[in-house]
Design a protein around this ligand. Structure first.
Ligand SMILES: Nc1ncnc2c1ncn2[C@@H]1O[C@H](COP(=O)(O)OP(=O)(O)O)[C@@H](O)[C@H]1O
Length: 265
């Protein structure tokens, strides 16, 4: 059983949460794509969600980024959040829903009606709340061989100046016992970022292992939640960006041609 292997499904009773996600467009007419990206830490959700967001013209909203922005703002929540995040635990639903609602509200005046969510929902309860306020079109479940996940998290680097995301891990899994090999090249920073790289404080081996454990326990059941609703698209990443990106576009029927937007409709 791998780090990110499947687990049994969980029941999904719709409890009254008392929570609401404000300002989501209710009507499927005239709105843009509302997609969710699921996948273990290190799988590359941020990379692919952000590339796709540029392509289909909707914002990439990562709840992990919202949490880190809140942490950096030194607001009233930051010390509570710092402790939770540094241990790889999940932030309480109420806080996450509040951060996400505010982000969605801020997009309203800019005319944002769609999104690619990355890092939300992370529990069945969060999925139920989201399903209660809008009809998600598609959930992409990104999967990567377990051997690569930890290395990908440990190799992650961010430019402290421009915010660019890079990865110094070079993954070369040799073929063995009939299993094919896999190569993932590092995503190195340009020279102007190279001296300004920082590592996320929760990307240590101990915390990543805990985040993977929590993913399997609390987020894996979210896959079943969407599978049962016919919304889940499974996508096995075949390697690094050069191999994976065109295949992902194909799987999403976005094709690699000039007609990307209409193909996405
Ligand atoms: N939907 C969520 N529910 C609860 N906690 C969250 C959620 N999204 C992000 N977090 C918090 O922010 C941290 C970083 O999230 P993220 O950047 O998505 O990490 P990962 O690389 O593990 O997918 C998580 O470990 C968790 O503490």
């Amino acid at each position: 059983r791998g780090l990110c292997s499947s687990s049994s499904s969980s029941s999904s009773s719709t409890g009254s949460s008392g929570l609401e996600l404000r300002s989501l467009q209710q009507s499927p007419k005239g709105r843009n794509h509302q997609w969710v990206f699921l996948g273990c830490p290190g799988v590359g959700k941020g990379t692919y969600a952000s590339r796709l967001s540029g392509l289909i013209g909707v914002p990439h909203i990562a709840t992990g980024d919202l949490v880190r922005d809140e942490l950096a703002s030194s607001g009233p929540l930051s010390s509570q959040l710092a402790e939770i995040v540094s241990q790889g635990q999940l932030v309480p639903d109420e806080i996450i829903i509040d951060l996400l609602s505010k982000r969605l509200e801020a997009g309203g005046p800019k005319g944002e009606t769609g999104f690619i969510l990355d890092g939300f929902p992370r529990t069945v309860r969060q999925a139920e709340i989201l399903e209660g306020v809008t009809d998600i079109d598609l959930v992409v479940n990104l999967k990567l061989r377990a051997e690569a996940l930890l290395a990908k998290c440990l190799g992650r680097r961010i430019c402290s100046q421009c915010g660019g995301n890079y990865n110094i891990a070079s993954i070369d899994i040799k073929s063995e016992n009939g299993q094919p090999g896999m190569y993932m090249a590092p995503l190195l920073p340009p020279p102007q970022c190279a001296s300004k790289l920082i590592t996320r404080s929760d990307d240590t081996e101990e915390v990543v292992m805990e985040r993977l454990r929590i993913y399997n326990k609390l987020t894996k059941p979210v896959e079943d939640f969407y599978r049962q609703r016919g919304k889940l698209l499974e996508f096995d990443l075949p390697g690094g960006i050069p191999e994976s990106w065109p295949k992902l576009l194909q799987a999403l029927k976005l094709g690699d041609n000039d007609d990307k937007r209409s193909a996405a409709a």
